[in-house]
Design a protein around this ligand. Structure first.
Ligand SMILES: Nc1ncnc2c1ncn2[C@@H]1O[C@H](COP(=O)(O)OP(=O)(O)OP(=O)(O)O)[C@@H](O)[C@H]1O
Ligand SMILES: [Mg+2]
Length: 239
């Protein structure tokens, strides 16, 4: 059985992050999104909630048949993530004990709001810290999403097994990626919408999201890579 993983999705606004997150979440019957902007709650088939009590109730109600819950917290997003992390570990205790193989996918949109570098120093963020470290044993897959990877707590960023990276035109946003893959991070300057680098360990590959509402192409799209020089020129022209 495949283990639950930590996934990171980075990229500038409108680059395709949510589209990819939807693709990843499609493997799970039980999905809960921390949704500070209220985007996921508007999607068809999703249940929007605003309090931890509502979130826990929706989780309990959907445990048998599956759920898609979008929680837009009315208080601190960081506090909400911590409370949700603790709740998920309680709900998934049977998984840890080997009594079920039902996994839950936790999506965290706007992750720099929920778990910043300063959040990760705080004692009252211990719930999510535990989930990062132990989530695998609880069958909780984590998908963290942000347009500002540099502002997301390094404890999560550096512990993601798989990092998907869409276009990041700003150098400070690319910096954590450059630390992982060196000069290859320059490709991120000019990636087109829907195109990403997938980084797993030392392996870097190119990918593209499936365009919503469009049938898969009958022939594979050409995987040409822009030359770094041209890309850099284009980015400075755009700036
Ligand atoms: N492969 C693709 N080719 C062309 N368009 C795409 C592709 N993938 C996604 N899109 C479109 O790009 C737009 C932005 O995608 P998406 O909402 O996933 O971006 P995002 O990174 O989540 O943006 P935001 O930062 O605003 O949340 C959407 O209209 C989506 O349908
Ligand atoms: Mg989005």
């Amino acid at each position: 059985m495949k283990d639950a993983k930590r996934n990171a999705i980075w990229g500038m606004t409108g680059s395709g992050k949510s589209t990819l997150a939807r693709e990843l979440a499609a493997d799970f019957s039980h999905v809960i999104a921390l949704d500070p902007a209220g985007d996921w709650g508007l999607e068809p088939g999703w249940k929007a909630v605003t309090t931890i009590a509502q979130a826990e109730h929706a989780i309990a109600a959907g445990m048998a048949g599956g759920f898609k819950i979008a929680w837009r917290p009315t208080f601190s997003t960081g506090q909400a993530l911590d409370a949700l992390s603790r709740a998920l570990m309680v709900v998934q205790e049977p998984y840890r004990l080997g009594h079920t193989d039902r996994k839950i996918c936790l999506m965290i949109d706007e992750m720099a709001e929920a778990y910043s570098n300063s959040d990760q120093q705080r004692a009252d963020r211990e719930g999510f810290r535990q989930l990062i470290l132990q989530g695998r044993h609880y069958g909780v897959e984590i998908v963290g999403i942000s347009q500002r990877p540099q502002d997301v707590g390094a404890r999560f960023r550096d512990n993601a097994q798989v990092t998907y990276c869409f276009a990041l035109p700003y150098q400070n946003a690319r910096q954590p990626i450059a630390q992982m893959i060196g000069k290859k991070a320059d490709d991120l300057i000019s990636l087109e919408r829907g195109h990403y680098l997938r980084i797993e360990g030392a392996v870097v590959s190119h990918g593209e999201t499936r365009q919503p509402g469009k049938a898969p192409a009958s022939r594979p799209a050409p995987k040409t890579r822009p030359r770094a020089k041209t890309a850099a020129k284009k980015a400075s022209a755009d700036a």
